[in-house]
Ligand binder design. Structure first.
Ligand SMILES: *[C@@H]1O[C@H](CO)[C@@H](O)[C@H](O)[C@H]1NC(C)=O
Ligand SMILES: *[C@@H]1O[C@H](CO)[C@@H](O)[C@H](O)[C@H]1NC(C)=O
Ligand SMILES: *[C@@H]1O[C@H](CO)[C@@H](O)[C@H](O)[C@H]1NC(C)=O
Ligand SMILES: *[C@@H]1O[C@H](CO)[C@@H](O)[C@H](O)[C@H]1NC(C)=O
Ligand SMILES: *[C@@H]1O[C@H](CO)[C@@H](O)[C@H](O)[C@H]1NC(C)=O
Ligand SMILES: *[C@@H]1O[C@H](CO)[C@@H](O)[C@H](O)[C@H]1NC(C)=O
Length: 587
């Protein structure tokens, strides 16, 4: 986040010129207005269906430790049917029978690896033998070809990377893999036999100077508050490198993961190299962070991707991340190459139409109101998440990148007339999670006790939430998901696990009470044949379940875990037909 004048100016001075635009828009009064450009090109709509064949490795990267348990040695094949010319789209003649399958051959570097089937408009995980290839630092080129069984149509995927690295050298202290089945992180210390831990990161961008610096007590409090990723951004000059290293020591001791921020130096390859080399032996380094709102400050378009490439060459065992602030400004350039993409739409307490800081109107071509092209509602967060997800699919990056959210944890300054409350903070998180966020790092700590309490409320439920939030129909166990947004602005996420449990996460986006019958929500999903019973509240944002109704006060929310029952033989049959429930356990 940011935009504070001072930082903006500081940044511009570094860049050697005065930046007078944010997201490509002039924001000072009396200046000529010109269209910002850089809009994401919408894919052309087609009248005939297109098949988009996509092939990805289940894990990024694979390591020799995956030889022990082959359950993740999988190639993920997606056979999307779309009426749009997205990346890799090829015309499709839809066969008369709807239950057709594609036969898929998978190859690495042009050599056959495995084969399997995928249903039309479906996804499949095809097992392969990792021992058939050798570990190396150079990625393999992964490609698929597919034939439609019922007709003579062939399809080819755009090649992606399969990375199979050697076991880490001593200079690497921990490993973080991206699970491309779920979008989640899997992390562990290097040189241990411990299993990888699925991590749904929840934390804050955390001030170093004057807060964390030289103060172990702060870390202990954060640990008690359940903050599992502390974001530290050493803003130069950070003269006290000793204090920084002592802090990382303490974090290692407390088991707190570090997201290491290089916002001020990510364009300086000498500096990035020094920093990565000095930190990569840490046992708690979860991931790197490069550019902070490079689209807002209009950094060179290729800068984030080249930082990610450099980091990967020095440490291929952890991913890198960045945050984009603009709604639609050179998205594909700034997002390229970086696996974790964050969005930071901050809608609370803004005037979306008029800039109180710069005294100008805000439009799609002009002005800066603290939230780019926003309306000042929770929907800004959802729309930003959905826009990003849509663009990733268009570009063919939907499995190789995960989207995280940056909830607004500040206010009462600049564009933001007030600070979010406890309930508003949880609503921000839930709207983003229901839209697919795989992590939540708020700007910024120190913050209010209410926002800390809301974060703790969420993190205390993580052991129960993570199996649902980091899941997909291709994970084990398979979990199916649906989102329902009611016309009166209730936002529901529903996860149904084949283990016979369901998670419902819901928020009322209105500043007045509302309630809804849960079955009405379910009837809008593929789960309409299921009965959800015995709700257990796991995240308390003030909403309640009373009988068959979910009751919400003003901006109240909640998450519940249910037991799933089948109400009749028909349900059982129907579920089996639909393939929603594979092994259904009733107790
Ligand atoms: C393909 O699946 C998507 C959802 O994944 C759905 O929205 C779309 O309608 C399906 N298309 C066809 C042609 O079945
Ligand atoms: C995975 O391991 C199981 C048993 O350990 C074995 O039966 C199976 O063939 C293996 N799968 C592949 C694709 O190698
Ligand atoms: C898959 O491989 C088999 C065996 O090499 C070959 O006969 C078949 O034509 C291939 N199919 C596709 C779709 O490439
Ligand atoms: C599809 O691929 C197979 C195997 O490579 C080939 O025999 C067949 O002629 C191809 N069909 C078309 C329509 O190109
Ligand atoms: C880049 O980083 C190096 C190493 O920290 C430093 O010596 C150099 O001054 C930096 N260059 C610029 C242009 O800031
Ligand atoms: C901003 O302008 C739009 C369109 O004129 C209007 O509907 C909306 O209420 C305004 N929002 C605020 C917060 O003033």
């Amino acid at each position: 986040m940011r935009i504070p004048l001072l930082l903006l100016l500081a940044h511009s001075v570094f860049a050697g010129e005065w930046k007078r635009k944010w997201c490509g828009k002039e924001y000072r009064a009396g200046q000529p207005i010109s269209p910002p450009g850089g809009h994401f090109p919408f894919p052309v709509t087609t009248t005939t269906p297109q098949l988009v064949l996509r092939c990805n490795a289940a894990l990024m990267p694979f390591l020799p430790d995956d030889l022990v348990d082959n359950s993740s040695s999988l190639i993920l094949v997606d056979a999307l049917v779309r009426y749009k010319e997205i990346a890799g789209a090829q015309p499709l003649i839809i066969p008369s029978s709807p239950d057709v399958e594609l036969f898929v051959n998978v190859s690495v570097d042009g050599m056959p690896l495995t084969s399997g089937t995928v249903s039309l408009n479906g996804s499949a995980a095809i097992p392969f033998s990792l021992s058939a290839i050798s570990p190396r630092s150079v990625p393999y080129s992964l490609g698929c070809t597919a034939t439609l069984s019922s007709s003579e149509q062939n399809f080819t995927s755009t090649p992606t990377k399969l990375v199979y690295l050697p076991s880490p050298p001593d200079s690497i202290g921990s490993i973080t893999k991206l699970d491309q089945r779920t979008g989640g992180l899997l992390a562990k210390r290097a040189f241990t036999q411990d299993p990888y831990e699925p991590i749904f990161p929840v934390g804050f961008y955390t001030q170093f100077g004057g807060y964390l610096e030289g103060n172990d007590g702060v870390l202990e409090v954060l640990k008690r508050q359940g903050i599992n990723v502390v974001r530290v951004h050493p803003i130069p000059p950070y003269d006290d490198l000793t204090a920084f290293n002592r802090m990382v020591d303490k974090m290692e001791e407390l088991g707190l993961w570090l997201m290491y921020d290089m916002r001020w130096s990510y364009m300086n390859s000498t500096s990035v190299t020094e920093q990565v080399i000095s930190l990569r032996d840490r046992t708690n380094l979860l991931l790197y962070y490069t550019a902070d709102e490079p689209d807002g400050s209009q950094d060179p378009l290729a800068a984030p991707a080249s930082a990610a490439t450099l980091i990967n060459s020095l440490d291929p065992y952890r991913p890198s991340s960045l945050v984009l602030n603009c709604q639609d400004y050179f998205f594909s350039d700034y997002a390229a190459g970086t696996p974790i993409l964050m969005q930071d739409a901050y809608p609370i307490g803004i005037n979306p139409n008029y800039s109180v800081v710069y005294d100008t109107p805000c439009t799609t071509e002009h002005g800066c109101c603290g939230c780019d092209n926003c309306v000042g509602k929770f929907e800004d967060i959802r729309n930003r998440m959905d826009d990003f997800a849509m663009r990733l699919e268009v570009l063919g990056w939907e499995r190789s990148k995960s989207i995280w959210t940056v909830p607004q944890g500040f206010g009462s300054a600049e564009f933001w007339s007030r600070t979010p409350t406890y309930t508003e903070f949880l609503v921000q998180m839930i709207v983003a999670v229901n839209a697919g966020a795989r992590g939540s790092i708020s700007w910024t700590d120190p913050t209010t006790p209410d926002i800390k309490a809301a974060t703790s409320q969420f993190t205390s439920a993580l052991p129960e939430l993570t199996p649902f939030l980091l899941s997909s129909p291709l994970s084990s166990p398979p979990v199916h998901f649906a989102r329902v947004i009611t016309p009166d602005r209730l936002d529901f996420g529903v996860w149904v696990s084949s283990r016979g449990e369901a998670l419902v996460m819901a928020a009322n986006l209105n500043y007045f009470p509302l309630n809804v019958v849960l079955d009405e929500v379910l009837s809008a999903t593929q789960f309409k044949w299921l009965g959800l019973v015995d709700p257990r509240l796991v995240v308390d944002g003030g909403a309640r379940i009373v009988g068959t109704r979910v009751t919400f006060g003003s901006v109240r929310s909640g998450a519940w875990i249910f037991r799933v029952i089948q109400s009749s033989w028909w349900t059982t049959l129907r579920m089996q037909l639909d393939g929603y429930i594979d092994i259904f356990t009733l107790n």
